[in-house]
Design a protein around this ligand. Structure first.
Ligand SMILES: *Cc1c(COP(=O)(O)O)cnc(C)c1O
Length: 391
């Protein structure tokens, strides 16, 4: 099997005519055809790239091909953001009267989409504890069309047993869509466990440099075609320049993720021993309750960890004391980014949902960058020392 670095660099070779080693940016909203017959052909083509950029563009096709191959999927589609990806998937696959299963610990936007917007349109939902596979079994109904999985989850780093949940869902004729933003295809390939659709916030690790908002969806050509039919109506269109930036980021995905993995593991180990720290959430630590599952379905443990301090004040102390790490939303950047999820989630989910998430006041989410490990660890240990000092 071709390796991830090779795919990231060559996965679009057939889609880049001409000799330019860096694919040209096709910054055009529309395309001309050499004949009326040809125009009719491109106008009715599914996922084409020579009609109208909302329908498809060469820069879209290049990214989609690379991510699909990285994920071991047949086809792909790009959107203007991760939320553009999941909302388009949901609108494509669900109708009033259907039922969807979603995790209690999941990205706040996904919670809001399901419990707010989809519910308004008559789609029922059940929220489950992802660490309990039986909870998925109990939640399944004859009307269940879709199971939304996110593993590791944002921001609690809880895992879902991909093989087991896919088996349950498929036995019930439900589809499984997995948010693979945290792991990236370098660390985990949900399609290998039977997931029907895999999607990403390309804004995070795929882009990797905090300079582009994007989403990617991959799966079988049939399913991706269905999602595309909705995408051209919902119009979450990625700009060609942003698609180009996303592809440029993906070229180095494997190199970056290796460093992210190493930095997160080193920081998790260092923080775990610190007196100010109650608990470190990281799937790569033997103390993670699902470490064994992580070893079964992941080849690396990712760049995000949760550091839990005694309370909100100590968390604020850590956030304030950091010098290298930036206090900023998002993750998967070359720069280490830290947030206080309890405060940030309040902006995207309602108070009742926030209380149910299990996100504590003392939790700090850390997305390690690609800085030198020793510098990063030193930054955190100094800030933890300061946060621990009694006033
Ligand atoms: C950021 C994020 C999203 C949303 O992606 P956007 O590109 O910001 O729309 C979805 N899922 C996870 C796990 C994320 O971290």
């Amino acid at each position: 099997m071709t390796g991830t670095s090779t795919i990231a660099v060559h996965g679009d070779d057939g889609l880049n005519p001409g000799g330019a080693v860096s694919p040209p940016i096709v910054q055009s909203a529309t395309f001309s055809a050499e004949s009326d017959e040809r125009f009719t052909a491109v106008a009715t083509e599914t996922r084409g790239q020579a009609f109208y950029t909302r329908y498809g563009n060469p820069n879209h096709a290049q990214v989609a091909a690379v991510v699909a191959e990285l994920e071991g999927a047949e086809a792909g589609l790009v959107t203007a953001s991760g939320m553009g990806a999941i909302s388009t998937i949901a609108l494509a696959l669900l109708s009033a009267g259907d039922h969807v299963i979603v995790q209690r610990s999941t990205y706040g936007g996904t919670t809001s989409l399901v419990t707010g917007l989809l519910a308004r349109f008559g789609v029922a939902f059940t929220q489950v504890d992802q660490t309990d596979t039986d909870a998925f079994a109990r939640a399944l109904r004859p009307q269940t069309r879709l199971v939304l999985v996110e593993t590791p989850s944002n921001p609690l780093l809880e895992l879902t047993d991909l093989a087991a949940v896919v088996e349950l869902a498929h036995a019930n004729d439900a589809l499984v869509a997995v948010d693979n933003t945290f792991a990236t295809p370098v660390n985990q390939r949900p399609a290998d466990f039977g997931a029907d659709l895999v999607w990403h916030s390309g804004t995070k690790y795929l882009g990797g440099h905090s300079d582009v908002s994007a989403g990617v969806i991959v799966g079988s050509a049939d399913l991706v075609d269905r999602v595309w039919q909705t995408a051209i109506v919902t119009g979450s269109t990625l700009g060609p320049i942003d698609a180009w930036l996303l592809l440029r980021g993906i070229r180095t995905l494997s190199l970056r993720v290796d460093r992210h993995n190493a930095n997160a593991l080193a920081l998790a180990r260092a923080a775990e021993g610190h007196p100010a720290v109650r608990r470190v959430r990281y799937p790569g630590l033997p103390t993670h309750p699902q470490h064994e599952l992580a070893g079964r379905q992941m080849t690396g443990f990712g760049g995000v960890l949760g550091i839990e301090l005694r309370d909100g004040r100590a968390a604020a102390g850590l956030l304030t004391g950091l010098r290298l790490a930036k206090r900023a939303a998002s993750l998967g950047s070359v720069s280490t980014l830290v947030v206080h999820p309890r405060s940030m989630w309040a902006g995207i989910v309602d108070a009742e949902q926030l209380a149910a998430t299990g996100i504590g006041e003392g939790l700090v989410r850390v997305s390690t960058g690609i800085e030198d490990t020793k510098d990063l660890v030193a930054d955190f240990l100094a800030a933890l020392d300061a946060a621990d000092r009694p006033e």
